[in-house]
Design a protein around this ligand. Structure first.
Ligand code: ACO
Length: 427
């Protein structure tokens, strides 16, 4: 293959280097484009723009492939656990048994959150959406940890990773406790990371809490499936905020805000609300498929379609099976699962969805599992954020260690040309 790409502009030819990734992705390097030609590229939504080189996650949307550090998502979901996957994403290799134990213990060192954080939490109305509260609390952690991380110091960087993993989990569950009016819970360092999530959320002082191991295992798997997804909206946000050398907590806080939107992580809440609405209106799936196809109607089938996967979302396949398994194991018969399956079948056979390669994404079934676990719908995106945290950290770390320049896109200005100011009395 040619190692250069030729661009012709105003009768002049320019050559740009072409390079190929380890999975044969071809990239035209236009770093010198503006300097050489005076022109820029325009690519709304960055559909064709690679913002970085990365060694973390590979995904092939056409083939439905997702791999973390070279390991397939199917194998990781089947054989690994969330903390091990977190270590893999952040540090590049699967940990040895000793490294994994050390990692878990080091996270435990940071699971106590400053009591003053409670005052900030109490300042929010109980009705506030947990994602907004989580974003604010994550940002507030900066106030309690003002020293910027020296990324060239391995120990400091490692500690910052463990601190973020430890504190984020606790404050994420506090958003729920506040909403419910429950006393805030503390992490129990004798228990596992995902077990702690369940305790932190649901244990109340008046009665013993019984952990369902099947639920913990399913949740662990869901966290793995959400752990990274290369340069998606929230991850790109984390990288771009971090590129100004803003701190890790500030960057993660921005990632939480980006994830909140219904076109991104907020879709899992939107899916459940949509399934509930279909159910409450008599379960007429065909009517909603028609609405989704109607260009005059803003309604979209939530949980369908993906910016990158145009064949199937491999995570959706794993989750669909997990939803079946969990619900059967828990003896839950959920009419919303039946509606989801029917909707998937109708949509997959419909020409509109086929022609546009619209398939169920990771969020189509996750809400059904969360519902069976007793997790309220407003917390679904918070769970996504807990799962995505190691990915955000890994991407932030990679961006800083690669000494990437500050992210600063350009624009094509389409506004007014220079005009004279008109005083208010003459307008
Ligand atoms: N329902 C109905 N039609 C849809 C849907 C949908 N869910 N998604 C896309 N389309 C249609 C569009 O109307 C458009 O049709 P047109 O070509 O006739 O104009 C075509 O499919 C392409 O859609 P785009 O919005 O251009 O696709 P894009 O790649 O920009 O968007 C997105 C992807 C945002 C995920 C979109 O499919 C969507 O809004 N889905 C619903 C929300 C959702 O589930 N988000 C979760 C994403 S996964 C995640 O973040 C973890």
């Amino acid at each position: 293959m040619s190692k250069t790409a030729i661009l012709e502009l105003d009768g002049k030819k320019y050559e740009f280097p072409v390079y190929v990734g380890t999975e044969n992705e071809v990239a035209i390097d236009i770093e010198k484009l503006r300097g050489a030609t005076g022109a820029i590229t325009i690519d709304p939504g960055y559909k064709n723009t690679g913002s970085c080189n990365s060694e973390i996650t590979f995904l092939d949307g056409e083939e439905g492939i997702l791999r973390y550090r070279g390991y397939s998502i199917e194998e990781l979901a089947d054989k690994s656990n969330f903390l091990e996957v977190s270590y893999l994403l952040v540090f590049g290799q699967l940990p040895t048994a000793k490294q994994l134990e050390q990692f878990e213990n080091d996270i435990r060192k940071y699971t106590l959150v400053n009591e003053e954080m409670k005052t900030i939490l109490e300042g929010f109305p109980k009705t506030a959406h947990p994602m907004g509260v989580l974003s604010s609390l994550t940002s507030a952690l900066t106030a309690f940890n003002p020293k910027p991380v020296n990324v060239d110091n391995e120990k400091e960087l490692y500690d910052a990773v463990c601190k973020t993993m430890g504190k984020f989990m606790v404050i994420a569950t506090w958003t729920y406790r506040r909403r419910m009016g429950y006393p805030l819970n503390y992490y129990d360092n004798t228990k596992g990371y995902v077990e702690n999530f369940m305790r932190l959320m649901f244990e109340i002082p008046t009665e013993p809490y019984k952990m369902d191991n099947k639920v913990v295992a399913a949740l662990d798997k869901l966290f793995i499936l959400h752990a990274d997804h290369e340069q998606n909206c929230s991850t790109s946000t984390v990288r771009i905020v971090g590129s100004s050398h803003a701190g890790l907590f500030a960057s993660i806080s921005a990632g939480v805000s980006a994830l909140w939107g219904p076109l991104h992580g907020g879709a899992n809440q939107a899916v459940l609300e949509m399934l509930q609405e279909i159910h409450d209106n008599g379960g007429d799936v065909d009517k909603y498929v028609l609405k989704a196809k109607d260009k005059e109607d803003p309604f979209r089938l939530m949980g369908f379609g993906h910016r990158v996967y145009k064949n199937f979302d491999p995570r959706a396949t794993i989750i669909k099976k997990a939803a079946d398994d969990v619900l059967t194991a828990m003896g839950v018969d959920d009419p919303l699962l039946d509606i989801a399956k029917k909707l998937e079948k109708v949509a997959l056979e419909d020409e509109y969805f086929k022609a546009r390669s619209l398939y169920p994404n990771v969020d189509f079934y996750s809400g059904i599992i969360y519902r069976a676990m007793g997790i309220p719908v407003e917390m679904y995106t918070v769970l996504f954020a807990i799962g995505r945290l190691p990915g955000w950290i890994a991407q932030w770390k990679e961006m800083r260690l690669n000494k990437e320049p500050i992210g600063r896109p350009r624009q094509v200005y389409m506004g007014e040309n220079l005009r004279a100011f008109v005083p208010v009395e003459k307008r």
